[in-house]
Write a protein that binds this ligand. Structure first.
Ligand SMILES: [Zn+2]
Length: 133
């Protein structure tokens, strides 16, 4: 499931207007090379829970976050993928801190001032979107 996050953390980690979080099962993600070189650091998310952030020490690109909220999943920083053409966020979250000049396409997904109460709702939207190709 992919969403665009406009929280201040994501603005900082991407050094840009927003972050793209691709939520994947941890077991489904593997690094083809360089995994042993990754650097990690711990911080707290907007929800106050700790998360571990992994980045490339050579170029500084943030690669993924692992949250203590969910052991089984990681948030891949989707802008770091080799092929990003297929990416289409299912929703925008934390719009209350979005850059004021940013015009957001409100379709197909919903928008949230903060984090949605029910992340499962995003997952089911993602499934619908994926099924329609
Ligand atoms: Zn965020």
């Amino acid at each position: 499931m992919l969403y665009a996050c406009h929280c201040r953390d994501c603005q900082k980690q991407s050094a840009s207007a927003f972050g793209m979080s691709l939520i994947m099962r941890r077991d489904d993600v593997s690094f083809t090379r360089g995994a042993e070189h990754l650097k990690r650091w711990d911080t707290r998310g907007e929800d106050g829970r700790s998360k571990r952030c992994a980045f490339c020490p050579d170029c500084g690109t943030r690669l993924y976050h692992a949250s203590e909220r969910d052991d089984a999943a990681i948030s891949v920083k989707a802008g770091s993928l080799d092929d990003t053409r297929w990416l289409r966020p299912v929703a925008h979250i934390w719009l209350q801190s979005a850059q004021p000049w940013l015009e957001i396409e409100r379709e197909p997904g919903p928008c949230f001032a903060q984090e949605p109460d029910d992340e499962a709702a995003l997952a089911s939207l993602w499934q619908q979107q994926s099924n329609h190709g």
